[in-house]
Design a protein around this ligand. Structure first.
Ligand SMILES: CC(=O)N[C@H]1[C@@H](OP(=O)(O)OP(=O)(O)OC[C@H]2O[C@@H](n3ccc(=O)[nH]c3=O)[C@H](O)[C@@H]2O)O[C@H](CO)[C@@H](O)[C@@H]1O[C@H](C)C(=O)N[C@@H](C)C(=O)N[C@H](CCC(=O)O)C(=O)O
Ligand SMILES: Nc1ncnc2c1ncn2[C@@H]1O[C@H](COP(=O)(O)OP(=O)(O)OP(=O)(O)O)[C@@H](O)[C@H]1O
Ligand SMILES: N[C@H](CCC[C@H](N)C(=O)O)C(=O)O
Ligand SMILES: [Mg+2]
Length: 506
């Protein structure tokens, strides 16, 4: 794309040097930049993109977008200054990829927990109904059967717009996007013309980044305030809100578009009752403006009722008949690491779940309690280089709500795992008979939890869900998959079926 064409939507820019040139791509990373790309200098949290200008120039970048002049600016390369390169990058990415979100129906899902589950439920219902649908989220980026790997829940603006372009070119009618609060705060989705915004819930997480719950909510609200800014198309827009979450009233007040609510406890447009939580799934009756239905989900937990209700509301807003929604939900077999059952014939439940914040952990343990015929043994850890305030809260929930908690490591990243564990255990009130122990090594913690289980118990392994690696200092990571580790132990323990039930061989 010609440089002037690319820069057209940037209102506030200063062109320091200029040559008429073609821009063949955009990049904010001097490591992976290709000749012909415009280099966007982002002031980051770890380093400053401006210091890599020379590097990018040597690799053949075609232009530079910066926030200031730097010394030894490479001659002969167009150099443009804008007040905020991150915001400008999103606008340029939308322009470069020729507004891929226009003309597709974009459904954005945000909230502390449940984004991935809700997004996949929506995607499944839409595609079962015959719509060509793309999805971008924590687990994957996909367009119908075509799949790419992701590194982030919401990729940066360049990767995001490039993938939306792929969706548009392949004929997708819908794009379901998981929109993280980091993405909203950093403007990664600027330029996306959302038709629908779905809110799951707001509870404590990511305060290392957002600083407090008020600012966290403000960042989440950006998805809803942004609904009013239509770049293209005049289709009706909707905010789908959780009537049982107090943050929804604020979001409703902040959006100019119509709202559609779901819930269990408060009055809502889409409401569930007669909820039954079983080991093999969840059953409930849903009342909607277009009728009632009995829903069967193959995933356990009241929290998954909320996720299903959000998906039902979003799909009713797309005029999908309730009966089709019911059928799709009944066939959804769940996602890797989201209250995932691990079964090797053992006489107790083993669940791998991605709960990595206080509310998620509480909900996961409550669900384990509902399906257990005995006790609940929980394995929980906390992340390194992330919100430290969660640590004592999560430890207190794990030890307080389980019959036995094994506190361990999650991804320690640059931190000392023993120190993370010590931060966690500070949150546990002294008890006459402690109901927890600490085992830093995660594999050993999982093995130990499984070895304690007796018939009917539930072993709940939380924090890493689908993740396949454990991350240590200096980005060193080792293969680690909770489900595989649990299966390793179960296979070695050799459970087998007997006519009288399951029993352990050794
Ligand atoms: C806090 C955060 O989100 N940081 C993201 C941000 O990094 P940053 O701005 O701090 O970048 P930096 O490392 O300081 O570098 C600054 C600039 O210099 C450039 N650089 C750097 C080194 C070099 O040699 N050459 C070079 O050009 C970098 O490419 C970057 O443009 O921009 C980077 C590029 O887009 C992201 O990879 C990075 O995500 C980090 C790795 C991350 O872990 N993010 C997580 C917290 C995140 O975003 N999570 C949410 C999900 C949260 C939820 O579940 O709700 C997500 O959407 O995934
Ligand atoms: N509606 C919900 N309310 C509370 N907790 C939930 C809800 N849905 C899921 N969880 C918990 O959060 C975990 C992650 O679920 P999911 O991946 O759907 O959320 P997410 O918002 O996409 O998470 P992330 O922010 O990591 O992308 C689940 O394993 C479960 O423990
Ligand atoms: N979406 C969460 C995932 C945390 C999962 C945990 N296992 C970790 O890797 O820290 C985050 O970005 O904070
Ligand atoms: Mg997710």
């Amino acid at each position: 794309m010609n440089i002037m064409e690319l820069l057209k939507p940037l209102r506030n820019k200063q062109i320091e040097s200029y040559t008429d040139t073609d821009i063949t791509g955009l990049s904010a990373n001097s490591d992976t930049i290709r000749p012909g790309d415009m280099f966007v200098c982002l002031p980051g949290t770890k380093s400053d993109g401006h210091i890599f200008i020379q590097d990018a120039a040597q690799k053949g970048c075609s232009a530079i977008l910066a926030e200031r002049i730097v010394e030894n600016r490479p001659p002969g390369i167009p150099y443009i200054i804008v007040p905020d390169t991150r915001k400008a990058m999103a606008i340029l990415a939308d322009q470069f990829y020729e507004h891929p979100s226009y003309g597709m129906k974009l459904i954005g899902v945000t909230g502390t927990n449940g984004k991935t589950t809700t997004s996949h439920l929506i995607e499944r219902i839409l595609s079962d109904y015959g719509h060509s649908t793309g999805l971008i989220g924590t687990l994957t980026m996909k367009i119908d059967a075509y799949v790419e790997k992701t590194t982030h829940t919401t990729p940066d603006a360049i990767e995001l717009q490039a993938f939306l372009r792929k969706m548009k070119d392949r004929g997708a009618e819908y794009a379901v996007l998981e929109v993280s609060s980091h993405a909203l705060a950093m403007g990664r989705t600027r330029g996306c013309d959302f038709k629908t915004a779905v809110f799951t819930n707001l509870t404590h997480d990511h305060l290392d980044y957002h600083r407090d719950m008020g600012r966290y909510l403000e960042d989440k609200a950006l998805l809803f305030t942004g609904l009013g800014n239509s770049y293209a198309g005049e289709e009706e827009k909707t905010a789908i809100l959780n009537a049982d979450d107090p943050a929804s009233a604020y979001l409703a007040a902040r959006t100019a578009v119509q709202t559609f609510t779901y819930g269990i406890r408060e009055q809502a447009d889409v409401r569930a009752r007669d909820i039954e939580i079983r080991p093999d799934g969840t059953y409930f009756r849903v009342k909607t403006p277009v009728g009632e239905a009995d829903i069967r989900l193959r995933i356990s937990g009241e929290f998954n009722v909320y996720n299903a209700l959000a998906a039902i509301a979003a799909c009713l807003a797309e005029d999908i008949p309730l009966e089709d929604i019911r059928r799709s939900l009944a066939s959804f077999e769940g996602l890797a690491g989201r209250f995932q059952r691990i079964d090797d014939g053992q006489p107790f439940h083993v669940i791998v779940d991605y709960a990595h914040n206080p509310d998620g952990l509480e909900k996961a343990i409550e669900t384990a309690r509902r399906i257990s015929r005995g006790g609940v043994i929980t394995v929980a850890g906390c992340e390194g280089d992330r919100d430290k305030a969660k640590r004592p809260l999560m430890a207190s929930i794990a030890a307080g709500l389980s019959d036995w908690a094994i506190l361990t490591s999650d991804n320690p990243r640059s931190e000392n795992p023993e120190a993370i564990l010590a931060d966690m255990t500070k949150g546990i009130p002294p008890q006459d008979e402690p109901r927890w122990e600490g085992i830093v090594e995660r594999r050993e913690a999982i093995y130990r939890a499984l070895s304690y289980a007796r018939e009917g118990d539930c072993v709940l392994i939380t924090g890493k869900g689908h993740e396949q690696r454990q991350i240590f200092a200096e980005n060193r990571s080792v293969p680690f998959d909770d489900a595989e580790v649990a299966l390793e132990w179960l296979k070695a323990a050799k459970f087998e079926s007997e006519p009288s039930g399951k029993r352990r061989k050794h």
